[in-house]
Design a protein around this ligand. Structure first.
Ligand code: GLN
Length: 288
């Protein structure tokens, strides 16, 4: 009986059901889009195909799979982890629970690094440290094939994801190091770019964040969220060439503190840039 009613569901019915379920779960601001993406995955259809076939009846297999995906999404697991990819800087990155899901705000780091690269660095050496999925360094290498980009992360799992993305996006592997910040990475570099962990312990206890299931190690940096940036500034200054730059992302209320930390290590603060929401998000320090 249940089987029959499942069989008779149209794609439109499934969309209505999914949107309602996810709205009720209160875990997403985009219940319709999420339902559409999950239905694409369950049915194997593209978005365009699906929109054109709304009145059609979905197969039993699609309905079953869709319901399973909805159940997973209801727990708060991000769409990117369910679909195993995320668009960043016009590239399609593989992601799973071993890495932070790339955020649109982090594209600002790539743009900033790209501008500095175009306007002249001491040489072409770039390091993306705390690289996670590799999204920053790989996007830079894709834009500047002549750049010597190195990637580093403390997590072995992240480096595996990084390797997948290097092959997937660049068709080749970049030099990748497993390293606690810059400790095991040879230098020097002209540009060090990083989206390090910068959330406080308290921020990481927020239920919305916990439900996402992202690696805490990629997010949390002590009671004030600055433990990693302090070490990054110290180690970075020692590993940069003269006239080189450190670009770091930070929390919406941390830019002044980060500037102070970087200045105290010897950097000259070149600029603080705002994210899409107008919050100070990126600090650029230069080595004179
Ligand atoms: N911007 C991320 C967030 O708010 C944090 C990323 C990070 O700690 N590097 O979830």
């Amino acid at each position: 009986m249940q089987r029959n009613s499942a069989k008779q569901k149209t794609y439109r019915n499934l969309m209505q059901q999914g949107t309602k379920t996810l709205t009720h779960a209160g875990i997403t601001d985009t219940p319709y889009l999420d339902s559409l993406l999950l239905l694409c995955k369950a049915s194997g259809e593209t978005r365009e195909q699906l929109l054109a076939s709304f009145p059609d009846t979905a197969s039993h297999k699609t309905v079953t799979e869709y319901n399973q995906l909805l159940q997973i999404r209801e727990t708060g697991k991000p769409i990117a982890y369910i679909l195993k990819h995320k668009e960043f800087y016009e590239h399609d990155f593989y992601v799973d629970e071993r890495v932070l899901i790339p955020r649109p705000d982090t594209e600002l780091l790539v743009e900033t690094a790209a501008n500095l690269y175009k306007h002249g660095l001491p040489d072409n050496s770039i390091l993306d440290i705390c690289t996670g999925s590799g999204c920053i360094g790989i996007s830079l290498k894709a834009e500047f094939p002549d750049a010597a980009v190195t990637l580093g992360d403390i997590s072995a799992g992240a480096l595996e994801v990084c390797r997948i993305n290097s092959q997937r996006i660049l068709g080749a592997e970049l030099p990748i190091y497993q390293s606690d910040l810059l400790e095991s990475i040879p230098g020097p570099f002209s540009l060090i770019v990083s989206n390090p962990p910068y959330l406080t312990v308290d921020e990481c206890l927020h239920p919305d964040l916990l439900h996402r299931g992202e690696p805490v190690k990629a997010l949390q940096a002590g009671s004030d969220g600055l433990d990693i940036i302090r070490r990054l500034a110290r180690q970075g200054f020692a590993k940069l060439r003269k006239k080189g730059y450190l670009i770091t992302e930070c929390g919406f209320d941390q830019a002044l503190l980060v500037s102070e930390i970087m200045s105290s290590e010897g950097f000259t603060i070149k600029e603080i840039l705002k994210d899409l929401a107008g919050c100070d998000r990126v600090v650029i320090g230069s080595v004179k």
